[in-house]
Structure formats: structure tokens, C-alpha cells
Design a protein around this ligand. Structure first.
Ligand code: 8YV
Length: 320
């Protein structure tokens, strides 16, 4: 008998066909409050779970006595209670590497947009306000030859460093749990303490995964260390930053601007003060969101799932 898997995110037919070769699929394009009880009922007999963002904790696992593997279509796995999964002997997998270049492109986009005020000027042009030459008040700041501080030098951080070093002649500083000798050799990245990085960087880019240790990693003190001219970029998770402290830092001019792909609450509430700041560029968590990359991520996740259900070690098993 084929193992049963629940796919709880809209998936391309190529992904579904691949899984269907060896598994029986219960498919939910998305989980809303109406469908959720049906999902919980199906979970009772499910061996695998594939999707992204669903909070998988002890409470959910109580509904899943047969579960063998949870396959995330994301590199981040802060939605998974790893302790609860490990206790039950359930495998968990993610999709590293395939999204590095795409997320790094998004980050360079945020850096350039915030520095050169691209969204703000786009609105200015489209609203018919460009009537004569460009006054100095619309000028931006340079990106090339500046100092980029990367917090979290994993695969995505390295892909950002590569672009910044070769494409923009930037000096790269980084802070990470461990040294990344590859990035040091290839992109001339210099390892720094957090404080040193924050004090010296023109652009501070946060790329660390969300873990209990990185919640509010950047708060009031860290914003005060930054240069008044600094532009802060966050494409990790909203909760790695104390959002209130960031709002204060921007309002008080402790930093110059920000480029944000992630927020504490997503979708971001429309009365969040960040949305009315002209020096803040906002995106709806699009880091990896291209057709090509999302397909690759889904296929990677499907391969992890199928391999795990075949009794082998999945390529991207999360080892905790
Ligand atoms: C996810 C992400 O794809 O991979 C991650 O960790 O943040 C995104 O690329 C997103 O969470 C999907 O819903």
C-alpha cells in the first residue's frame, strides 16, 4: 500500500505527478479555517506532510500518529518544533541552496531600492510630479565601494557577498556563528564582532535563521551602534529584529533607511508605522518567489519527502 501524504500548499502538476508515483496524495491548495478540520481528520492517517509555513508543534502532532516526515518547502524551519518532532522520531527536511541566488538577488534589489530611492521616485514620476530637472533633494546614496555588513554568512549570505564584491566593489564584513573561510577567500569577507560590524557598515544585511537564540537579535542597542547613514536590510524573519526598536531608530534618525522583506506580523498590518515611512522599502516576503526557484524548491521538498518515505535518509534532513 502506498504511503499517504498531505500536500497543503498549491503545487505544480509536475510536483504532484512525481509524488503520486509512489504515494497517495491528499491535496489542499491552501489551509483556511473552513478546511482546517478536514485537514486534521486526514492527518490521522498521513505518513508525510509537505508544504510551507504551517506551525508543526506538539499539539498538531497529536493529530498525526502515523507521521514519518515533514517536508518544508523553505530553507527556514522556524515553523517546526524540532524538539517535538525528534521526540516522536519524525524526520524534518528543508530546501537549502536552490534559493540562494534568488534570495540574494532580492537583497541586492532592496539595497539598491533603498539607497537610490527607486520605489519613491517611481511613484513621483508616475504621479506626474517630474516637471523639470531633478533637484538635489531626490538624490540617493551610492552602493558601490561601500561597506556591506552581513549577519549570517550561510549560503544566502555568501551569494550576497559574491554579488556585492564582484558586482559592486563593496567591502564585505560579516558576523556568523562560525568562520566562513570560503567567503573570506573568494569575496575578501572579513570576520567581525557584531558591534564592529554594526559600527563600520554602510549597509547592514540580516540573513540569520530564526531560532530561539536569534529572536530580537537586532534591537535598540544594535541600532544605536549603526551609522546614522546606515541602511538596514532584513530578509530573514521579522522576529530576528525588535520591530519597535527599528521603528524608533528610523523615526529618530538613528539610521538612514531600511529595506524589509519580512515583518513580525505577515501580512503586515496596514497601520504599521513602517508603511508610511518614505525611507523604508517594503516587500511581501518575496525572497525566493520566482517561478523557477519556487518550482525547484517544491521539487527538492518532494524528493526529500519521497526519499524519506522510502526508508532512506532524505538529502536535506534537518539534523538537530
Ligand atoms: C519561503 C523563505 O519559501 O525559504 C524560506 O525560508 O522564507 C521563503 O523562501 C516561504 O516561507 C514560503 O512560504
Amino acid at each position: 500500500m502506498k504511503p499517504k501524504v498531505i500536500v497543503y500548499k498549491k503545487a505544480d502538476t509536475r510536483i504532484l505527478d512525481y509524488i503520486a508515483d509512489s504515494c497517495e496524495i491528499i491535496y489542499f491548495e491552501e489551509l483556511d479555517s473552513e478546511i482546517y478540520p478536514v485537514f486534521l481528520e486526514e492527518l490521522k492517517n498521513a505518513h508525510g506532510l509537505l508544504g510551507s509555513g504551517l506551525k508543526v508543534d506538539k499539539e498538531l502532532l497529536n493529530h498525526a500518529p502515523q507521521l514519518k516526515i515533514v517536508s518544508n518547502i523553505s530553507v527556514g524551519y522556524d515553523n517546526l518544533d524540532m524538539a517535538a518532532l525528534t521526540k516522536r522520531g519524525i524526520m524534518a527536511t528543508n530546501t537549502p541552496d536552490v534559493l540562494n541566488d534568488t534570495v540574494a538577488d532580492t537583497i541586492m534589489g532592496l539595497i539598491l531600492s533603498a539607497a537610490r530611492r527607486i520605489p519613491e521616485l517611481d511613484q513621483w514620476v508616475k504621479s506626474g510630479q517630474w516637471k523639470s530637472g531633478l533637484e538635489e533633494k531626490w538624490f540617493g546614496v551610492d552602493v558601490h565601494h561601500k561597506v556591506l555588513g552581513i549577519i549570517g554568512m550561510g549560503g544566502i549570505g555568501s551569494a550576497v557577498a559574491k554579488r556585492a564584491h564582484f558586482g559592486f566593489d563593496m567591502e564585505i564584513l560579516y558576523h556568523n556563528r562560525s568562520r566562513n573561510e570560503d567567503a573570506e577567500e573568494k569575496y575578501g569577507a572579513t570576520y567581525c564582532t557584531m558591534e564592529e560590524l554594526l559600527k563600520k557598515s554602510d549597509f547592514v544585511c540580516l540573513m540569520t535563521p530564526l531560532t530561539p537564540e536569534t529572536v530580537n537579535l537586532i534591537g535598540k542597542k544594535e541600532f544605536e551602534f549603526m551609522k546614522e547613514s546606515a541602511i538596514f536590510i532584513n530578509a530573514s524573519r521579522g522576529r530576528t529584529v525588535d520591530e519597535e526598536a527599528m521603528i524608533q531608530a528610523l523615526q529618530k534618525g538613528h539610521i538612514h533607511g531600511a529595506g524589509l522583506d519580512v515583518f513580525v506580523q505577515e501580512p503586515v498590518s496596514k497601520d504599521n508605522p513602517l508603511l508610511s515611512m518614505k525611507n523604508v522599502v517594503t516587500l511581501p516576503h518575496i525572497g525566493s518567489a520566482t517561478y523557477e526557484t519556487r518550482l525547484k524548491m517544491a521539487m527538492t521538498a518532494a524528493e526529500n519527502l519521497v526519499t524519506g518515505l522510502q526508508g532512506e535518509i532524505p538529502p536535506n534532513l534537518i539534523r538537530k
